[in-house]
Design a binder for this molecule. Structure first.
Ligand SMILES: C[S@@+](CC[C@H](N)C(=O)[O-])C[C@H]1O[C@@H](n2cnc3c(N)ncnc32)[C@H](O)[C@@H]1O
Ligand SMILES: [Zn+2]
Length: 278
């Protein structure tokens, strides 16, 4: 089923029109030349350019395109393909960044309708160049411009979650596949930056789910990456929150490295929305 959008101003359904999309109250949204729709009204932005900036987007694209996270893509696709209606799911990638995973999913689950959104315009711009067969939106996770009850699966990879919005747009019995950092995720990178490194704590969001969701299963995805250039190491830093925390001395220390063997360790969890009571 095609993805059904709703107006971010009045919540009425959005219908396609020549230049983009329009609602019954004549709120119009132009499709960008690159194919995405900007459904984030400027009065709902907390800052002028929210989300990841151009440099982070480029670093993430370069790093992921090298295939360093391929084992994660494989685990994700395998999991999503076992959920719900295997041949034709409606899938939403929430906080999709520059669309690396979104695009891989669309390419492998061809019969599916896929929508990816992110609050960062540079990310969605890059995503729309990556794959033309996806509905790309600039939007916020806390006010989804999407009609109710239409998605079989929501994917959330190292991104923000809004359980009430996720619940609203999911079908009854629909799933959320969420990737969060494992205790030792990127330990070698963290060891190279900080004097003292503690394991990442368990993600509290998974222990504190609202009553209409339950955690179905969780598994660990592990792999060892060989980063064999200073560029790859700096790209990894730039695409993670450590980018905001390092000081100049720590960054310079990292820049000295020619190579780094680094573990990735992620938790892949499946959360299910309970079916509506009969
Ligand atoms: C760590 S990145 C992950 C990107 C992508 N899922 C991936 O793994 O490649 C987190 C993303 O969340 C986006 N983001 C931050 N706040 C957001 C919000 N309120 N709504 C939607 N996206 C948001 C950022 O712009 C960024 O692209
Ligand atoms: Zn409207």
């Amino acid at each position: 089923m095609p993805i059904k959008l709703r107006c971010p101003i009045c919540s009425e359904p959005l219908s396609p029109e020549k230049r983009g999309a329009v609602c019954n109250n004549n709120h119009q949204f132009d499709r960008a030349r690159q194919g995405y729709l900007n459904l984030l009204p400027s009065n709902k932005k907390r800052s002028k350019n929210p989300g990841d900036d151009q440099m982070m987007v480029e670093a993430r694209a370069r790093f992921l395109n090298h295939g360093h996270y391929q084992p994660v893509v494989e685990a994700l696709i395998e999991k999503v393909s076992t959920l719900g209606n295997k041949t034709s799911q409606n899938i939403l990638d929430a906080g999709c960044g520059e669309g690396y995973y979104t695009s891989a999913i669309k390419n492998r689950l061809e019969g599916s309708e896929v929508c990816g959104f992110d609050i960062a315009k540079p990310a969605i711009l890059a995503a729309s160049k990556r794959n033309k067969n996806i509905e790309w939106l600039v939007a916020s996770v806390s006010a989804l411009p999407l009609m109710d009850g239409q998605f079989d699966t929501i994917i959330s990879i190292f991104s923000r979650t809004d359980w009430s919005e996720f619940s609203r747009v999911l079908k009854p019995g629909g799933h959320i596949v969420i990737l969060t950092p494992g205790q030792n995720h990127l330990l070698a990178l963290r060891n190279a930056i900080y004097d003292e490194v503690r394991p990442y704590p368990e993600d509290k969001r998974l222990q504190d789910l609202p009553g209409n969701f339950h955690l179905l299963e969780s598994q660990t995805v592990r792999a060892t990456m060989m980063l064999d250039s200073p560029q790859a190491i700096m790209d990894l830093l730039t695409m993670t929150p450590h980018y905001w925390h390092v000081n100049i001395a720590q960054k310079q220390q990292l820049e000295q490295l020619d190579q780094l063997e680094c573990e990735l360790e992620m938790r892949l969890s499946v959360i299910q929305k309970k079916s509506d009571p009969l």
